[in-house]
Design a protein around this ligand. Structure first.
Ligand code: HEC
Length: 136
């Protein structure tokens, strides 16, 4: 039920987020760490993460709340990163390439979680994951 509500909410904001892809398309969109992202970009990333936009499958391994699913995909909301420093650049790179040799999980993450995302969509979902980090 909680997933259903989250899904419906994300669908509603996804409709408003259509223009976000334009923002995330250019080189300038590779934002430095500790930046803030336009809400529409984060909303688009949220939709991709939850499979509402672009057929994203992230939630199937990382969980609908990105808290991880044992042996499938790690928690993306905690301060611990298995494969890098948790920076926005790290997220873009890791989501693009996947994780062929997982540190803990039983099976790899395919590039873009196994679906074909544009560079702009990768940056949007990276921005969304970036916002999940613990607040300091
Ligand atoms: C088939 C399952 C699967 C799917 C789908 C998937 N991932 Fe992953 N993800 C993994 C695994 C496995 C790892 C590596 C965990 C390890 O090193 O033990 C990983 C690692 C990551 C990491 C690095 C985490 C860390 O601690 O280093 C990020 C960020 C990430 N995934 C984001 C995403 C996003 C965003 C999507 C959707 C575009 C996605 N994943 C789709 C399984 C998946």
């Amino acid at each position: 039920m909680r997933l259903l509500i989250a899904t419906a909410t994300a669908a509603a904001i996804a409709a408003a987020a259509g223009s976000a892809a334009g923002f995330a398309a250019g080189p300038a969109a590779i934002a430095p760490a500790d930046t803030t992202f336009p809400p529409a970009v984060v909303a688009l990333g949220d939709s991709i993460f939850h499979g509402i936009a672009a057929g994203g499958l992230c939630f199937t391994c990382h969980g609908p709340r990105a808290k991880g699913i044992p042996s499938l995909g790690p928690d993306l909301t905690d301060a611990q990163w298995l494969n890098g420093d948790g920076s926005y650049e790290f997220l873009v790179k890791t989501i693009t390439t996947g994780v062929p040799k997982p540190k803990q999980a039983a099976t790899p993450m395919l590039p873009m979680g196994g679906v074909n995302l544009s560079a702009a969509q990768v940056r949007a979902v990276a921005a969304y994951v970036y916002t999940l980090r613990p607040k300091r």
